[in-house]
Design a protein around this ligand. Sequence first.
Ligand code: NAD
Length: 492
Amino acid sequence: MKKNDRSRKDSEGLTRIETTKEWKMLYFQHGRAGLEESSEFRGLCRHCELRDICAIQKPESGVWRCAYYKALTRKKTNLYENVINQLEKAADVVHFDRDICRILAETTNELVVHFPVKMDSGTVKMLTGYRVQHNNALGPFKGGLRFHPSVDIDEVRALSTLMTWKTAIANIPFGGAKGGLQLDPADYSIQELEKITRRFTFALGNNIGPEYDIPAPDVNTNPKIMAWILDTYLSTVTPNERNRCLHVVTGKPIEAGGSQGRYKATGQGIVFLIEKWAEDHGFNLKGATYTVQGFGNVGSWAARLMKKNASKLIAVEDVTGVILNKEGIDPDDLADYVEEHGGVLDYPKAKPIDHDTFFGTKADIFIPAALENQITAETAEMLNVKLVAEGANGPTDQEGDKVLQRKKIDLIPDILCNSGGVIVSYFEWLQNKRSEFWDLDEVDYKLQKMIVDAYERVRDTAEKYKVDWRTAAHIVAISRLETVYKERGIFP
Ligand code: NAD
């Protein structure tokens, strides 16, 4: 669309916004409290296709972008529901103890904190943070912190429950938790983000702790943010305790007590499992094609590590845009570009495509590594792949699952597929506790062993009960928790 077409109105009188060089990084805020009526434009977004766009604003950081795709608007209604339905589905197959299922269907603790932070402008802003601790029957609560506008209590409940299943399947001595802040980091300066993180950590107080609840990175959080959390937490304990508390958070920078291999761990785990799946199916990964949704920590590392198999990345979607090159995209080169430009948009060695074309692109493997509920009945119908390896948490909704099964597309479910991150977090936690440093080979070797063992448990369970892999993964997790509850009994 050309500049002078911008004023074209649809039948409802809203200005239709198209993706153009000048407009494509417009930032849409939908249904967000405190939105300014005086915002520049009102209209429809081609990405998210919302009919009731509130406004388009340029945030203080100056990065224009649409943070809301169509699928995201459906997320709130069903992620937690999906998680609980899946628990019930597994319980119906194996007839788990109903009392234990009742325990597992609830979270243990839910903390919502509201706290003030002084912005660069001198004004004070109130922010809301969450930490939900789902279960700690197997060990301390463990799970990431997410900074994203869609974070709310239901999302965090669902993600904390998935963490409990994930640690149980991986056979590591942790429970499940999740947390986050409802904000878009692009709206804040780096100084503001640091203040927000530190104040959030302070507000969480001793609801987190190295032997109690251990956060880690997730969407829009990274080792730097983990280092701020560590530093703030250490400032609240007595000096003689400090060196014993390094493991209050994992995913730290190496210099601040992080582990070799943690940064790439989730992507590395995905690649180990794709290799195992290929071995089991006699499938040659050399020259195999794959597409990736989300090119942040998980997606970019999975893509980069697939290079060693000589597989070919052909399409990528992230929040800024969607690109395709059937001849292959070099994941390292794209990662450098994303680092510099903030997203895949305008990557010069591929052509732009739209969301639907991305989902319809024929490839051998699809790695969703963005947000939840991206594979719906509608998008699953479009998929033309042999395997979906779920890097993201909850990327497939229940209807999407049914379509994948009908189309006989293999699936490595999230609670198995992306467990590499929490497995190496466990290694980091152990190294901190024992004052040890493991080298990368040792970390990778142990990760591969643990994640492939978990894969085999899920595969064998799927064969034994003749169920899909997601149900099998739940059966593995819930069996482990059921055994522990039965052995320990219920207090008092
Ligand atoms: P990240 O913030 O590093 O990257 C997120 C990516 O998703 C970005 O490329 C972003 O542009 C893209 N994205 C966001 N919204 C999108 C949309 N609507 N459509 C397309 N792309 C979109 O986050 P991450 O740490 O890579 O996490 C990605 C997923 O993996 C999340 O579901 C997270 O819970 C899960 N996960 C992360 C880890 C970890 O160690 N970081 C571990 C396990 C699971």
